[in-house]
Design a protein around this ligand. Structure first.
Ligand code: SIN
Length: 540
């Protein structure tokens, strides 16, 4: 790639969600010259769409404790969460939330002067703090964007990150980017932090915005890092199943396609129940927590119910919740736009792709295996989520690990000076498949309920339309990432011959103890193809 411009900084942060802006603000406060790179507007990523809240134990809820939050997270993670990651990240939650409030985020107050709390699937207590009723992510994003603007943090919007530039020893010395017109640039820096979110756009129906195309994971793999737990794609049990009169995409015609409005789990936390087409509750008897079971359990039960009844959606009856429009203004507005009145009638819902539990392998400070390359937030795999993320643990992880990564970059500066001799800026052709084919293959074969034959056929279908090409614009970079991620997820999902957490195999429907503490690590082979490199033991 021949850059038409270059700039020099200490740290490039890719992504402006909770992890990216927290890291960028902290790094700037620690004296680093930082630039934040985003594909769209600063607030266009996944953070602003988070509804439920932030799971955190600050010690003012009788009967709740950090230990109980840890236990719930481990239970949701279905044997694959790293105990040290869970303990450390959750223990730092209260300080991280206090810091966020000091930066201006306002959470909903309760009636007694303490913060209001709600409950979501898998939580044994009311411990989720929220803002604007069900607009927590939007408030978090607002506060961090405002703090960034107060601090005059340099933001490079409308630029997609392409590849890490590395020196001859493999250390990161910069990042190549393309702007909206396809003009290339290079940001020279000894540290690049990926905070670019997940890969929900692998699927035709997702809660994720269009940005979530897995660019960060793909970039890290191409730079020599590894990824793990990629097969654990979490499906949110309840997205609105209705035509969206405001959508510009195909969701206007097809009620379950495109970016779907979330119906937060907190609606069930406050008493709503799921009904099948005959109006029967179907979660009772499936799990002791019934409608508030961890979301992998609820999403799988909905999928089974749809298959058994032939219905296209189930219903969420929230009519008993007092002041629904005040408590859940975002959900209420989405329902009303679709012509549904949740105060009087059950809400039609289905599951949709929601969160990547796996990602780039990092330590608890965001460090990857590549010197100078860091990752935090949904793009990373710290070991917190295991096989299934506990609701509202993601904003928490972004806050904690984003801050830790900023400190790690500062601490590593002495060793991350590179050789001064950068490798030529990479411009290698990469495998590219049409997005529609990738989404069709993944939706058909790699959703809730996978089997060996379907996964292999999906891989063949993607392979058949893949050709080598040089991405010249944002769409090309995204398509390359989705192509790589599809093959990586299919490889990992085919390798794990059991069902666990959000990985549901119809040909291996039970958990298998052989896999109990085994995480699948994916990397690129010498031909640049994603392969399962190893099965590693997860610390209990
Ligand atoms: C929700 O509010 O149900 C989603 C929040 C999350 O994914 O943690």
């Amino acid at each position: 790639m021949r850059a038409v411009w270059e700039a020099d900084v200490d740290l490039v942060v890719v992504g402006s969600g909770v992890a990216g802006l927290t890291a960028a603000l902290d790094a700037a406060e620690l004296g680093l010259r930082v630039v934040v790179v985003t594909k769209d507007a600063t607030d266009a990523g996944s953070t602003r769409w988070a509804q439920g809240g932030i799971a955190v134990v600050v010690g003012d809820v009788p009967g709740d404790s950090v230990g109980a939050h840890v236990a719930d997270t481990l239970a949701a993670g279905a044997g694959l969460s790293d105990a040290a990651a869970v303990t450390e990240i959750i223990a730092e939650g209260p300080a991280a939330v206090a810091r966020l409030r000091a930066r201006g985020a306002v959470f909903d107050p309760g009636t007694d002067g303490r913060l209001a709390r709600t409950r979501e699937g898998g939580h044994s207590a009311f411990r989720v703090v929220h803002a604007g009723g069900d607009a927590t992510g939007a408030e978090v994003e607002r506060a961090l964007v405002a703090a960034s603007s107060d601090r005059r943090l340099p933001l490079l919007t409308g630029h997609v990150a392409v590849d890490a530039v590395r020196d001859e020893l493999g250390a990161v010395v910069g990042l190549t980017v393309l702007d909206d017109a396809g003009l290339p640039g290079v940001l020279w820096a000894p540290a690049v932090l990926l905070a670019s979110g997940g890969y929900g756009q692998l699927y035709a129906s997702t809660t994720n915005p269009g940005e979530a195309t897995g660019d960060g994971v793909a970039l890290a793999l191409r730079a020599g890092a590894t990824a793990a737990d990629l097969e654990f794609v979490q499906f949110h049990p309840t997205v609105l199943y209705a035509h969206d009169p405001f959508a510009r995409s195909s969701s206007r015609r097809t009620p379950a396609v495109g970016r779907r409005p979330l119906v937060t789990e907190a609606v069930r936390g406050e008493g709503a129940v799921l009904l099948d087409r005959a109006g029967r509750r179907f979660m009772t008897g499936v799990h002791p927590l019934a409608d508030l079971a961890p979301r992998d359990v609820v999403a799988a039960a909905i999928t089974r119910t749809l298959a058994e009844t032939g219905a296209e959606c189930v219903h969420l009856d929230a009519t008993a919740i007092p002041q629904f429009a005040l408590r859940f203004p975002t959900v209420y507005a989405a329902c009303r736009h679709a012509g549904i009145d949740p105060v009087r009638e059950p809400i039609p819902v289905t599951p949709a792709a929601h969160y990547a539990c796996g990602g780039v392998v990092t330590d608890l400070h965001g460090r990857t295996a590549v010197p100078g390359l860091y990752a935090a937030g949904e793009v990373a795999r710290t070991g917190l989520h295991g096989a299934n993320r506990l609701a509202s643990n993601s904003l928490l992880e972004g806050l904690v690990v984003g801050a830790r990564a900023a400190r790690a970059v500062v601490a590593d500066r002495q060793v991350l000076h590179g050789t001064g001799l950068a490798r030529p800026v990479p411009s290698t052709a990469v495998p590219l498949a049409p997005r529609a084919v990738v989404q069709r293959a993944m939706t058909g074969a790699a959703g809730i309920g996978r089997d060996a034959a379907g996964l292999a056929a999906a891989s063949d279908a993607v392979e058949a339309v893949t050709a080598l090409g040089l991405p010249v614009d944002r769409a090309g970079v995204e398509d390359a990432a989705l192509t790589l991620l599809a093959q990586a997820v299919l490889a990992a999902a085919g390798h794990r011959t059991e069902s666990r957490g959000c990985h549901v195999r119809t040909d291996f429907p039970e958990r298998d103890d052989v896999w109990q503490r085994t995480s699948l690590v994916v990397g690129l082979d010498t031909a640049g193809r994603p392969v399962v490199l190893e099965e590693t033991a997860v610390a209990a």
